[in-house]
Design a binder for this molecule. Structure first.
Ligand code: ZN
Length: 162
């Protein structure tokens, strides 16, 4: 888990075939591309991304060509822990279609304050730097997926980055 690192420009994703780290720029995440070393086809990440700083959160949500589902959670929150495997399932299903990002509100209290997150878990969907939908409370993977599909506007994030 969590083999994927974030930086200001994109994701650093290990190739499942050869282990080579490849950079996927946020703006290009909706396209598949080939590993720089072994040329296997790579696509967007199939696991939850752990966001460690506010700067990375802003880079990810404002520039990603895919919708970003953010899970606001904390270590002490039992329902958050129960929901974590559900987010991981949704992340696996969404490879190349959407991203799932985890924000620990104790590590990043500024973000929790900025987005007025008062209950956790809270999930919020970001597209092209804007929050487009939000829901509080733990949900099964199926409901999380529906939440994304009902609230994303197809192609909007991509259009705005051309
Ligand atoms: Zn490779």
């Amino acid at each position: 888990m969590n083999n994927i690192e974030l930086d200001e420009r994109g994701l650093l994703l290990p190739c499942p075939q050869c282990g080579q780290r490849n950079r996927m720029n946020y703006e290009r995440l909706e396209r598949s591309f080939r590993c720089g070393k072994c040329h296997s086809e790579l696509r967007g990440p199939g696991e939850s991304l752990r966001v460690k700083t506010e700067a990375l959160f802003n880079a990810l949500t404002s520039r990603a060509a895919l919708p970003v589902l953010v899970d606001f959670w904390a270590e002490w929150c039992g329902p958050c822990k129960m929901a974590a495997p559900e987010f991981d399932k949704v992340a696996a299903e969404g490879a190349g279609q959407w991203l799932v990002a985890k924000v620990n509100v104790e590590e990043l209290p500024g973000l929790a304050q900025q987005f007025r997150v008062s209950n956790i878990p809270t999930l919020a969907l970001f597209q092209a730097g804007r929050e487009v939908a939000r829901q509080s409370g733990a949900m099964p993977a199926k409901a999380i997926r529906q939440f994304i599909q009902q609230n994303q506007s197809a192609g909007a994030a991509y259009e705005s980055h051309r």
